[in-house]
Write a protein that binds this ligand. Structure first.
Ligand code: ADP
Ligand code: MG
Length: 386
């Protein structure tokens, strides 16, 4: 199998006519647990995966940025002095948005050199594995190094988020970039989305004979963007009605009062966030005290909460979760923003083929599209490769 790093090096030469001076990479991520908690100042527990976005870069002396990607036939070019969210669009808003955001979050770009950048990726697009954070994080670490900015990884995560919020225009939280930048082999990133404190927690899946199976339903429902915005609005309304800055400040013991104050739908949205925050804390504690074989029930409960209270699941996601559980997964849940996307299942290694076959058969019987299934491992965050 060809190494993507060799492909990126060779393609850089073909597109730009000279060799790159360095290669960097950043991984996609999957969220183990903690969904729709990040924008409620809560907790999340994602890990970086062994699928990466790789870029090659060479500096230019004319303060021009040229970015090219395996997805696009032509490079996009802009002078550093002209970077602004209004001038960026399409896929290049991700890498060029990062360059702009570096200048917004403390770095001076007044004398940095330009760069040629070529990007390729093993992270599937739109599968809930955050190809967007992977491209942002790869560009952020590369430019941080060649521009000698020396920003810490937490700031680089904020840079990626700012690029996505302002240059791309997607109102996402900080979780994806944090996982991509802070991930470690065989470990998850326990994230406090209020303080932005992040702690690397060993997962021990391999040693326990467990594999993480991703089932990408390949279905994204058309109301995904509107649904996400509506859930955010419900959470904000719930926090306002309860007189707290964010749902992070509502605890399990407050739910009784919340039920009395809120309409039924808002109450169920709030209950998802409150119980999900608790499940993240319980997952971290359970991993430490009892190991990974003991966290399955928390994953299952998270799915039920998203299905029934937050109402962001889909028939495909529910079928994948049920079939995985019936065929030996110790826990399974939809992962990502919902309304389609992927499921993560924690499966004993020797049962993975049977679970995959059962899911494929169940999807076929239900008349659903053939899902993409693959296992992932918790991997190292963004890094220089060469
Ligand atoms: P995901 O769930 O994969 O993060 P998003 O819609 O958030 O989905 O981000 C996907 C978008 O990010 C793509 O449509 C493209 O614009 C951009 N992108 C991601 N990876 C690359 C890449 N390697 N080259 C160019 N653009 C990319
Ligand atoms: Mg994304």
């Amino acid at each position: 199998m060809t190494d993507i790093r060799d492909t990126v090096r060779d393609e850089f030469l073909r597109r730009f006519g000279h060799r790159p001076s360095g290669l960097w990479s950043a991984p996609g991520r999957v969220n183990l647990i903690g969904e729709h908690t990040d924008y409620n100042d809560g907790y999340a527990f994602p890990f970086a995966i062994d699928r990466r976005t790789v870029l090659a870069l060479r500096q230019r002396d004319d303060r021009v940025l040229r970015v090219a990607s395996s997805f696009a036939p032509d490079a996009v070019e802009i002078a550093i002095d002209e970077l602004s969210p209004e001038r960026l669009n399409g896929w290049s808003a991700y890498p060029l948005g990062v360059a702009w955001a570096l200048g917004q979050l403390g770095a001076s770009l007044s004398s940095v050199p330009g760069a040629d950048v070529y990007i390729d990726s093993e992270v599937p697009i739109g599968a809930g594995l955050s190809s967007s954070a992977a491209i942002e994080s790869a560009v952020a670490v590369a430019l941080d190094e060649v521009w000698r900015l020396d920003l810490d990884r937490r700031t680089l995560a904020e840079v990626g988020q700012l690029a996505e919020n302002r240059a791309v225009g997607a109102p996402t939280g900080i979780m994806d970039q944090s996982a991509s930048l802070l991930g470690r082999t065989d470990a998850g990133v326990f994230l406090d989305c209020r303080s932005l404190a992040a702690e690397v927690i060993p997962l021990g899946f391999d040693a326990a004979g467990l594999q993480t199976l991703i089932v990408d339903t390949t279905v994204s429902h058309s109301h995904a963007t509107g649904g996400y915005a509506a859930r955010r609005a419900s959470c904000e309304a719930g926090a306002r009605a309860l007189g707290v800055p964010a749902l992070r400040d509502v605890h399990l013991g407050d739910l009784e009062r919340a039920r009395a104050v809120l309409d039924d739908e808002t109450f169920r949205r709030v209950r998802h966030v409150v119980t999900e925050n608790q499940r993240v804390l319980d997952t971290v504690r359970t991993l430490r005290e009892h190991g990974p074989a003991a966290i399955g029930g928390l994953l299952d409960a998270s799915h039920v909460s998203m299905r029934d209270d937050f109402e962001i699941s889909s028939p495909e996601l529910d079928l994948a979760v049920e079939t995985a559980r019936e065929n030996g997964a110790i826990g399974a849940r939809m992962t990502g923003g919902g309304f389609g996307g992927a499921v993560i299942a924690l499966v004993p290694r020797d049962l993975v083929p049977a679970v995959r076959a059962a899911i494929e058969a169940a999807f076929s019987a239900a008349g659903f599209a053939v899902p993409e299934q693959f296992t992932v491992r918790a991997a190292q965050g963004a890094t220089r490769e060469r």
